[in-house]
Design a binder for this molecule. Structure first.
Ligand code: F6P
Length: 342
């Protein structure tokens, strides 16, 4: 009997549990046994596992987060960890592994495949910034949460005649900002792909107020940068994959806008709320489709591949393709958003 492992790594997102459930259900049909590896690559370094079977996955479909836990451990960072991963892979008796993650987790998976381990990937992230797939699961839920928060900001902005800045996540890609901004009717959307021109932002707001509006909603992505300005970060420390902790651009922006326009301005940082809670139907279905297809990749011994969404179809792509470049917001979508600025 074959045994497959599954791990979830990097920032959690809604939809991970539907993937775990789908992997287990499809694998059981094949007569496979399944090992749950706890806390991403950390679990393989530390030989930390939990049993996955029909009972342990019961009821997890609507739950946010991941029953396996997660971490940002990079086994290529610390001397000796790579060997531990290889040794524990054997000790666990694994014939194959499903790695569920974003660019970092799947970047490790891609390297491990080259180092000889039989792995397939499943793309997750609220940031939607992975190449080679039209969507990652988790994004739709985060987007809908952000949209609802923007709707809520409208009513208080209007009552108080204020400018409300909504700072959203997304790292170096503006997908959450642009789509939540369009869906929530933002008056200005600022994304990492387009440097912030403060004169332009303030002119748009002033014009809007000149035509009688007494409030404005500005959505800013945490990774957006002022023209000639550095990225705003919460701390200088880098994580195991070399990432800084973004956050704080909203406050800087608010101070500048209030100073230049004279309009009272407040900031709301949506933060981890965007990553929490129950997945939307879209993310449950996408996660389920990805999980089933990931096991089918294993059945067909298509290691080194990642499941992906292309239009309405689930396809497979080389893992290295998915992590090669970051998928950022395209000009076409930005130009559509711009129609509604001001
Ligand atoms: O990659 C997902 C993400 O939520 C980013 O949008 C954000 O910058 C980062 O993770 C936050 O990470 P942490 O959970 O470590 O605060």
């Amino acid at each position: 009997m074959a045994r497959i492992g599954i791990l979830t790594g990097g920032g959690d997102c809604p939809g991970l549990n539907p993937v775990i459930r789908a992997v287990v259900r499809r694998a059981l049909l094949e007569g496979y046994e399944i090992t749950g590896i706890k806390n991403g690559w950390k679990g393989l370094v530390e030989n930390d596992t939990m049993p996955l079977n029909i009972d342990t996955i019961s009821g997890i479909l609507p739950k946010g987060g991941t029953i396996l836990g997660t971490s940002r451990t990079n086994p290529y960072k610390k001397e000796g960890d790579l060997q531990k991963v290889k040794d524990n892979f054997k000790k666990m008796g694994l014939d194959a592994l499903v790695a569920v993650g974003g660019e970092d987790t799947l970047g490790v998976a891609s390297k491990l495949v080259k180092d000889g381990l039989p792995i397939v990937g499943v793309p997750k992230t609220i940031d939607n910034d992975l190449s080679a797939t039209d969507y990652t699961f988790g994004f739709d839920t985060a987007l809908n949460v952000a949209m609802e928060c923007i709707d809520r900001l409208h009513t208080t902005a209007e009552s108080h005649h204020r400018i409300m800045i909504a700072e959203v996540m997304g790292r170096h890609a503006g997908w959450i900002a642009i789509e939540a901004g369009i869906a929530g009717g933002a008056d200005m959307i600022l994304i990492p792909e387009i440097p912030i021109d403060l004169d332009e932002v303030c002119n748009v707001i002033k014009k809007r107020h000149a035509r009688g509006k007494t409030f404005s909603i500005v959505v800013v992505s945490e990774g957006a940068q002022f023209k000639d300005g550095a990225m705003v970060t919460q701390e200088q420390k880098l994580d195991a994959f070399g990432h800084v902790r973004l956050g704080g651009i909203g406050e800087d922006l608010a101070a500048q806008i209030e100073k230049r326009t004279g309009f009272e301005t407040r900031v709301s940082v949506f933060g981890h709320i965007q990553r929490g809670g129950s997945p939307t139907a879209f993310d449950r279905v996408l996660g389920t489709r990805f999980g089933v297809k990931a096991v089918e990749l294993i059945i067909n011994k298509k290691f080194g591949k990642m499941v992906a969404l292309a239009g309405t179809k689930i396809i497979d792509v080389p893992l290295e393709e998915a992590v090669k470049t970051l998928k950022t917001v395209d000009t076409e979508l930005y130009n559509i958003a711009k129609v509604f600025f001001g």
